[in-house]
Design a protein around this ligand. Structure first.
Ligand SMILES: C[S@@+](CC[C@H](N)C(=O)[O-])C[C@H]1O[C@@H](n2cnc3c(N)ncnc32)[C@H](O)[C@@H]1O
Length: 204
């Protein structure tokens, strides 16, 4: 994953400037943020928020509007970046999402965006959902790639270098349920075109 290769804070900063600079990507970024904001507002979600994985902190300013933000990432520099350069995260930790170094029920929301499509092993996905649910008092917001005809055809015709896991909705909900979570709301980033979905779940 491109994000995993950062070797300094300056590299993270350069990537942050470039990643969503093209028009189509800017629109995706804007749409994702609008959907996240509207979900948090609609369900009145505020308080302590764990942003995991934080990446280059794309969602940090938005999440801070809703409460106190904590950051975690597998990468050392992404974790440090959110704390030192952005100054948004109250605390940043380096961790694997399968083993989160926060106690049970310590966050009001655990926010996990654009990670799950890179997890190709079912047991690892369930393990992550269980960890997110363990740390949360109630809410988990996660993004996943679900199967869509257009996206599948597009990737078959135009193979992409990255490997992405697309799940059927029923498979995804079963994994959530195994981890003790229940889907509350689901939004499509680009309805009919793209498999990326934003899902609000709560402890069941
Ligand atoms: C595509 S970025 C998403 C960042 C951010 N949530 C966003 O949407 O902009 C993926 C991030 O996941 C981190 N990552 C990859 N595997 C991880 C794991 N098992 N646990 C925690 N972080 C992981 C990478 O270091 C990278 O920063």
């Amino acid at each position: 994953m491109a994000y995993g290769r950062w070797k300094s804070l300056d590299q993270v900063e350069r990537y942050a400037r470039k990643r969503y600079s093209k028009l189509d990507q800017r629109l995706v970024d804007r749409r994702e943020k609008a959907l996240v904001r509207s979900l948090l507002q609609s369900y009145g979600i505020t308080g302590d928020v764990l942003d995991l994985p934080v990446g280059y902190g794309r969602f940090q300013p938005l999440l801070r509007e809703f409460g106190t933000v904590y950051a975690g990432d597998w990468g050392f520099f992404p974790a440090v970046y959110a704390h030192e350069r952005l100054g948004t995260a109250r605390l940043s930790v380096t961790c694997d999402a399968q083993f989160v170094p926060f106690g049970n029920n310590t966050m009001d929301l655990v926010f996990c965006f654009r990670l799950m499509q890179h997890m190709h092993v079912r047991e690892e996905r369930v393990r992550i959902y269980r960890e997110l649910g363990r740390v949360s008092r109630r809410w988990v917001l996660v993004s996943v790639y679900l199967q869509s005809v257009f996206h599948t055809v597009h990737r078959t015709l135009f193979p992409q270098p990255s490997r992405i896991t697309f799940l059927r909705r029923s498979e995804f909900e079963t994994e959530l349920a195994e981890a003790g979570l229940r889907l509350v709301a689901l939004r499509s980033v680009l309805p009919g075109l793209h498999g990326h979905r934003i899902v609000l779940a709560q402890l069941s």
